[in-house]
Design a binder for this molecule. Structure first.
Ligand SMILES: *[C@@H]1O[C@H](CO)[C@@H](O)[C@H](O)[C@H]1NC(C)=O
Ligand SMILES: *[C@@H]1O[C@H](CO)[C@@H](O)[C@H](O)[C@H]1NC(C)=O
Ligand SMILES: *[C@@H]1O[C@H](CO)[C@@H](O)[C@H](O)[C@H]1NC(C)=O
Length: 338
C-alpha cells in the first residue's frame, strides 16, 4: 500500500513538473512603442517568462495589418527563409539567445513602410502565447521655410517643412516665446510615407518683433526658422529699395562702359592707343604709356572682379594683357556682379 502510494505520488509530481515546465510560459514585450530612425536597425524585444529554451519551439513574427505578413518564421530549429515576406527579406534575424527564451527580432535598414504593429508568436508542443508591440519609424524633415505676403493690414506668413515621420508637431511663437494658436496647419503624406507639413497664420508686424516656426517630433529633431517682417514690407519695403538702387547702379555702370567702349573703338578716347598698337605692344612685351590710362579705368571699374589679379613677371604680363583686352570687350554679366 505505502509503496503504491509513494509511486503514485512520484508520478503526480513528475507529471506536474513536466506539465508546468513544458506548458506555462508567458510572453514579455514592451508595453510602449519601439521607435527607431529611418535607415537604422531596431530590436523588437520579445522573451519568454520563465526563460525557457525556445530552440525547439516555433517562433513566428508577423505584422498585424497587411494581411499578416510573415516577417520571420523559426521552425524545426532554423529560420525558414522561404517563408519571409519580400518586404523583410535579408533584413531580419533572431538576435537574442534562444536558449534563454529571448526571441527578440532585429530588423535592419528601416523603411517607412515598416511602421506598424508586430506580433511575436511562440508555440511549444503543448502551449502557445503571443505578444505585440508598435514600431514607430522616425525621420527628421527639412528646416522650415518661411515666407510671407501681404494680406490687408497684416502679413500672411507661411511655414513649410518636408520629409517627417511620424506626423510632426508645428508650433508658431512670437518674440516673447508665447505660442500662437490662430494658425492653419495641414499634413500631406508623400509617396514614400513621409509627412510634409504646411502652415500659415496672419500676423501684424506691430505685435511682435519676429515670429518663429518650429517643427519637431515630440521635442526630438527640432528644427526652427524665424522671420522678421518689417513694417515697411507692407508698402514695398527696404529690400525692394535695395533692389532698385542696385538696378539703377548697374544700368549706370553699363552705360558708362558702353560709351567708353564706343569711344575706344572709334579712337576718340584721348591718350588711348588703337587696338593694333595695343596688340603690337603686347607682342613686344612692352608697356606703352598710352595704354596705362584705359588700364587704370578698367581696374577701377572692375574692382572686385579683377582686383586680385597682380601680374608678377613678363610672361604673366602677356596673359594679363589678354585679360585686359577681354575685359574691354565687356561681358555684361561681370558688370552686374558689381
Ligand atoms: C507599462 O509599464 C510601466 C512600467 O514600465 C507600468 O507602470 C505600466 O503600468 C505599464 N502599462 C501597461 C498598460 O501595462
Ligand atoms: C534579448 O536579446 C536582445 C539582443 O541581444 C537584448 O537587447 C535584450 O535585452 C534581451 N532581452 C532579455 C529579456 O534578455
Ligand atoms: C495665406 O497663405 C496661404 C498659402 O500660403 C493660403 O492658403 C491662405 O489662404 C492665405 N490666407 C489668407 C487669409 O490670405
Amino acid at each position: 500500500m505505502t509503496r503504491n502510494n509513494e509511486a503514485a505520488m512520484l508520478l503526480i509530481i513528475i507529471a506536474s513538473v513536466l506539465t508546468c515546465s513544458a506548458a506555462d510560459f508567458s510572453i514579455v514585450t514592451p508595453n510602449a512603442s519601439v521607435s527607431a530612425w529611418l535607415g537604422s536597425s531596431v530590436i523588437l524585444p520579445c522573451s519568454l517568462s520563465p526563460p525557457l529554451n525556445a530552440r525547439d519551439f516555433e517562433v513566428q513574427w508577423y505584422k498585424k495589418k497587411d494581411s499578416q505578413k510573415t516577417v520571420l518564421l523559426h521552425q524545426e530549429q532554423k529560420v525558414q527563409e522561404n517563408d519571409v515576406d519580400d518586404q523583410y527579406r535579408d533584413r531580419v534575424s533572431l538576435i537574442g539567445e534562444l536558449d534563454n527564451g529571448n526571441v527578440s527580432l532585429k530588423l535592419d535598414n528601416l523603411k517607412t513602410a515598416d511602421r506598424g504593429e508586430y506580433t511575436c508568436f511562440v508555440k511549444s508542443l503543448r502551449w502557445y502565447e503571443r505578444g505585440s508591440m508598435n514600431l514607430v519609424v522616425k525621420a527628421i524633415g527639412s528646416t522650415p521655410v518661411l515666407s510671407y505676403q501681404e494680406a490687408g493690414e497684416q502679413l500672411n506668413v507661411s511655414c513649410t517643412s518636408d520629409g517627417w515621420s511620424p506626423k510632426p508637431l508645428l508650433t508658431w511663437r512670437d518674440s516673447t516665446g508665447r505660442e500662437l494658436t490662430n494658425t492653419y496647419t495641414k499634413y500631406i503624406t508623400d509617396s514614400e510615407g513621409l509627412v510634409d507639413v504646411r502652415s500659415w497664420m496672419l500676423f501684424s508686424p506691430s505685435d511682435s518683433e519676429w515670429i518663429s516656426c518650429t517643427v519637431d517630433l515630440n521635442l526630438q529633431g527640432m528644427k526652427e526658422s524665424r522671420v522678421v517682417p518689417m513694417k515697411s514690407d507692407l508698402s514695398g519695403g527696404f529690400w525692394f529699395e535695395v533692389f532698385i538702387s542696385t538696378l539703377v547702379l548697374s544700368v549706370i555702370v553699363i552705360i558708362i562702359y558702353t560709351i567708353l567702349l564706343i569711344l575706344h573703338r572709334k579712337g576718340l578716347l584721348p591718350h588711348c592707343s588703337s587696338r593694333k598698337n595695343a596688340k603690337a605692344a603686347a607682342d613686344s612685351h612692352e608697356s606703352l604709356p598710352g595704354e596705362t590710362i584705359p588700364l587704370k579705368a578698367t581696374e577701377n571699374l572692375h574692382q572686385g572682379v579683377c582686383s586680385t589679379y597682380e601680374p608678377s613677371d613678363s610672361t604673366e604680363q602677356q596673359s594679363w594683357k589678354d585679360r585686359y583686352k577681354a575685359s574691354l570687350t565687356l561681358d555684361p554679366s561681370s558688370v552686374r556682379r558689381l
